[in-house]
Design a protein around this ligand. Structure first.
Ligand code: PMP
Length: 353
């Protein structure tokens, strides 16, 4: 830290992203990326002209992409905000709507707390129930920014839309942000509620189900008023927030919807197989509606399993928070990658336990 850093940032604990090692080729099951490439049409759309056009700024209104998303999801362009990864909408939402404080689960996406700290927002962390599920009654009538990942991360578990609606209905004077980063892998979206409630913001990403994590593209659905607030923040920080190539490839991605539906179905199939195999090895596997599994073995500590797998060229995610330190979060890869993972785990359990 230099002596120039503003006082309010000195104690800030930054978010720690999952490892992106460059030292060797790992089977990378640690940051919930897709194991599949973007649709062939998306790759084919990229060309020399698009690179040459980089001399021009990108469209700050993201009009073309908004129109395509609006058509796909049956909403209006004025209901959509587009961002540089969904982390950016989350950032803007905390900045814009966190004035009365924020509330979210103790075990959830770690960035929420960082944004809260960044903006000096008092954050209340509500413990998940013993079985790691969210009790929606903890969020009724809170009159603060409510932030719920649904499905939640890293647990993978979800709550029904009827419970989300109760939360939104009983917090009419504050924003309820539902982070649907993983909804395409078997979750239930609450998008249909945005026409009824002006305080609901639904956040999505192209990083997981749209195989575009490196493109950095996220979006949100909400009432026109909420979207206008987010636009105001965007135009006050970084009007050209999404680069030209990503906007272009994002549009091609929306056009290739069928490919992505198919890949999401494949991942859910691989997830079911992997969960059954891990269970057979004695793991407790939480019920996942995402592209990852959260699992613990009574035989081996989560940290040890993480390290053993890493030396064998397989990366999974381990969190040191004591409540979940027994667990590992395992991204669903291709069937071959999952077979390699299970083989490695079997060997580790035989050799080290
Ligand atoms: N929300 C959740 C719950 C996540 O797990 C992630 C991925 N780390 C994000 C949002 C952010 O994803 P991105 O910025 O790549 O859209």
């Amino acid at each position: 830290m230099s002596r120039f850093l503003g006082e309010r940032y000195q104690a800030l604990e930054a978010y720690t992203p999952g490892e992106q090692p460059r030292d060797m080729r790992y089977i990378k099951l640690n940051t919930n990326e897709s194991p599949y490439p973007p649709a062939p049409e998306v790759t084919a759309a990229m060309n020399r002209e698009q690179v040459e056009l980089l001399r021009l700024y990108s469209d700050p209104t993201a009009g073309g992409l908004k129109r395509k998303l609006a058509e796909l999801y049956g909403v209006k362009s004025e209901n959509i905000f587009v961002s540089n990864g969904s982390d950016e909408v989350l950032n803007f939402a905390f900045m814009a709507f966190g004035g009365k404080g924020a509330v979210f689960p103790d075990i959830t996406y770690g960035f929420y707390e960082v944004f809260g700290d960044l903006y000096g927002i008092s954050c209340e962390k509500v413990p998940l129930k013993e079985d790691f599920s969210v009790d929606y009654r903890d969020y009724l009538g809170r009159d603060k920014l409510v932030v719920l990942a649904n499905p939640n991360a890293p647990t993978g578990m979800s709550i029904p839309v009827s419970q989300i609606e109760e939360i939104v209905r009983t917090n009419p004077d504050s924003v309820v942000l539902i982070d649907e980063a993983y909804v395409d892998f078997g979750g239930e979206t609450c998008l249909s509620l945005i026409g009824t409630y002006d305080n609901l913001l639904v956040v999505r990403t192209f990083s997981k189900s749209r195989c575009l994590a490196g493109g950095r593209l996220g979006y949100a659905f909400g009432s026109p008023e909420l979207i206008a607030d987010l636009e105001k923040i965007k135009y006050s920080t970084n009007p050209y927030n999404i680069n030209r190539l990503t906007l272009f490839l994002g549009e091609a991605t929306v056009d290739a919807e069928a490919y992505y539906q198919e890949k999401c179905a494949e991942i859910q199939k691989t997830r079911a197989w992997t969960a059954a195999q891990l269970t057979a090895l004695g793991f407790e596997v939480l019920p996942s509606r995402t592209n990852f599994l959260f699992a613990r073995s009574p035989k081996i500590d989560g940290g040890q399993l993480y390290r053993e797998l890493k030396t064998r060229g397989i990366l999974v995610r381990h969190f040191t928070n004591p409540r979940i330190a027994q667990f590992n979060r395992i991204t669903i890869g291709t069937p071959d990658q999952m077979e390699a993972l299970l083989e490695a785990i079997t060997r580790i359990l035989n050799e080290t336990v």
